[in-house]
Design a protein around this ligand. Structure first.
Ligand code: HEC
Length: 103
């Protein structure tokens, strides 16, 4: 019982610390440059087909799209693979970074 209480308490703590960290556009920038930019570029308004542009897009839209790719409710072989390795944190960081970019 004691260890269960401890586990619950640590889970709560983890939850709190994740919640209290705002999305980091700096972390998002690094991740975007390392991975996403290969196909989507960074600022271009019209990234080349078939890669949709991401700069300046709605943050919530980007987050939702990435979570859908991750859980495969939106199907794209490429994006399912890429989003599959992203954490919630990564998704928040990257979405907030692209959202703040002026295309
Ligand atoms: C190997 C190329 C490639 C890479 C790398 C890549 N993408 Fe994609 N991405 C695509 C393709 C192709 C599509 C269109 C898929 C579809 O039709 O749903 C897409 C679609 C998307 C969409 C949906 C856009 C919309 O208009 O609905 C988002 C959001 C997205 N990618 C984000 C990312 C992020 C964030 C990364 C980096 C973590 C990334 N992509 C890396 C190829 C790539």
């Amino acid at each position: 019982m004691k260890s269960l209480t401890y586990l619950t308490a640590s889970l709560l703590l983890i939850g709190v610390s994740v919640q209290s960290q705002a999305a980091s556009i700096y972390a998002g920038k690094a991740k975007a440059a390392a991975v996403c930019a290969q196909c989507h570029s960074i600022r271009s308004k019209s990234a080349e087909a078939p890669f949709p542009p991401l700069a300046g897009r709605d943050e919530e839209y980007l987050e939702t799209a990435l979570k859908q790719y991750r859980d495969k409710t939106r199907v794209s072989e490429i994006m399912n693979n890429i989003a599959g390795s992203l954490s919630d944190r990564d998704i928040n960081d990257i979405a907030s970074y692209y959202n703040r970019l002026e295309p």
